[in-house]
Write a protein that binds this ligand. Structure first.
Ligand code: NAP
Ligand code: MG
Length: 456
């Protein structure tokens, strides 16, 4: 029995763009059973053929890149430029992991009396639970390495943003992936997602979303000692030292936090500026913020779209009460849509909720620090540890600070955190495990050791 339907809303217009099925727990079980039934044949596909299927899937995504990108503009309010990058990222991640089936190499370890070899065995059925902020890339980061390693995937998109995931599932079938190997099940986290966590037939959960839900998923997985990868929140520091190229650091800071309207776990939402250059930095930052083009995400010139929903808008707005210390803010359209102007709060106390909580919106806080030690102390004074930036011309300081900041992904003189060929993930309560790059394959395989006696 189906659990009904959900209206999918365009966050720029507040219009319904589609009505999508909400699967029940029983329907989720059926998908898991189909995935489990597809596993033996999928594992048996020759490595070169599995590689070829993933390449065909990647090419199909590329052929439908515009369609996928415009779906995301309508469903999530992402700017068309970002949405094209996101669809391209799915293609690239599939291409990257299409090389893996033929390179999943074990080891031969010297032992007495025989030969010892290791194998990288698939886990089985993998549940991938995706949030609404980056529906396409996060789906790709979970499914591509899982499929490459010989697992079957049941993917649950966020209830608010299912459209691109549903289309990716269709493209996989058209590209020739066998039925049941990749299924997209739409519905509520509390029903479909929870069922994937509880099902004894699901060997692993890959979850991206809030730390709170992630904690519950980890506890649920513990019942079956189920494998789990968690990508949770972030409250990332952008540390600007006095010797940095201040003009570059200030010009880059807005996109480092306001990209995707700040709905990014890697958003650099705490800017830490060395006290001696604080005023100069703020003077450079202001025009970079006020000139951000916020509006119709389908317009090629737009740099920032709306927030995802009315409820999320309320949450973000609660961090900017009437008496908030707004240093300056950009603009946002009036009328329908969940618009929020890019907002800079300064000077803030390090105890201010806008400075400590993951706002997940276009709100950035700025504080001054005294020296390197002080910067590292403030940067690490959080439960989170996902990403961060360090701006300095001193190579020694850049490396010392990068090593001292407790986060999984740091960039020097740049705000970019994500490359499909390098590992991505969090320290502390930002998560568990690593996605992307060579590391992700470890997360989708189990090492098996086999000893073969050779003595007579
Ligand atoms: P969320 O509740 O953690 O949702 C993430 C995903 O988990 C969605 O697919 C959701 O389904 C599903 N889910 C929810 N409850 C579940 C359960 N009990 N068992 C299994 N799956 C479950 O995140 P949210 O409510 O969308 O956003 C809340 C806050 O989380 C944001 O404001 C932000 O601070 C943070 N967040 C972080 C990231 C990140 O990239 N790290 C991404 C998104 C949100 P439904 O969509 O059906 O609820
Ligand atoms: Mg939620």
């Amino acid at each position: 029995m189906s659990a009904g339907t959900t209206d999918v809303i365009n966050p720029s217009t507040e219009q319904v763009v589609a009505t999508i099925a909400s699967a029940s727990a029983e329907e989720t079980d059926e998908a898991v059973a189909l995935a489990a039934a597809a596993l033996p044949a999928w594992r048996a596909v020759a490595p070169a053929d599995r590689a070829r299927l993933l390449r065909r899937f990647a090419e199909s995504v590329d052929d439908h890149l515009e369609e996928l990108a415009w779906l995301e503009v309508a469903n999530a309010g992402h700017t068309i430029a970002n949405a094209r990058w996101e669809a391209g990222n799915v293609r690239d991640v599939l291409h990257y992991y299409s090389a893996a089936p033929e390179r999943l190499m074990g080891r031969q370890i010297p032992v007495e009396g025989g030969v010892n070899v290791t194998f990288k065995e698939p886990l089985g059925v993998v549940g991938v639970i995706v949030p609404w902020n980056f529906p396409m890339p996060i789906a790709g980061w979970g499914m591509a390495p899982a499929l490459a390693a010989g697992n079957a995937v049941v993917l649950k998109p966020a209830e608010m943003t299912p459209l691109t995931a549903v289309r990716l599932g269709e493209l996989a079938l058209e590209a020739g992936l066998p039925e049941g190997v990749l299924q997209v099940v739409t519905g509520k986290g509390s029903v479909v997602g929870q069922r994937l966590v509880d099902s004894p037939l699901v060997a692993k959960i890959v979850f991206t979303g809030s730390t709170e839900v992630g904690r519950g998923i980890m506890a649920g997985c513990a019942q079956h000692v189920k494998r789990v990868t968690l990508e949770l929140g972030g409250k990332n520091a952008n540390i600007v030292f006095a010797d940095a190229d201040l003009a570059r650091a200030a010009a880059a800071a807005p996109s480092g936090v306001f990209d995707n309207a700040g709905q990014d776990c890697c958003a650099r939402s705490r800017i830490l500026v060395q006290r001696s250059v604080y005023d100069e930095f703020m003077t450079l930052l202001e025009p970079a913020v006020t000139r951000i083009r916020v509006g119709d995400p389908g317009d090629e010139a737009t740099e920032m779209g709306p927030l995802i929903s009315a409820g999320h808008h309320r949450k973000v707005a609660s961090y900017v009460p009437d008496d908030a210390l707004v240093a300056f803010r950009g603009s946002a359209p009036d009328g329908p849509g969940y618009w929020f102007a890019p907002t800079v709060l300064a000077p803030v106390q390090t105890s201010d909720p806008a400075f400590t909580d993951e706002v997940f919106g276009p709100v950035v806080t700025v504080v001054a620090f005294d020296d390197e030690q002080d910067a590292v102390r403030i940067a690490n004074d959080t439960e989170y540890g996902l990403s961060g930036s360090i701006w300095t011309r001193d190579l020694g300081r850049a490396l010392r600070t990068a090593r001292a900041v407790e986060a999984g992904n740091l960039s020097v003189n740049s705000n970019s955190s994500v490359r499909y060929s390098t590992p991505f993930g969090g320290f502390k309560q930002s998560g568990l495990g690593r996605e992307l790059g060579p590391d992700a394959l470890e997360a989708f395989t189990e090492t098996k050791n086999v000893y073969i006696a050779t003595e007579d």
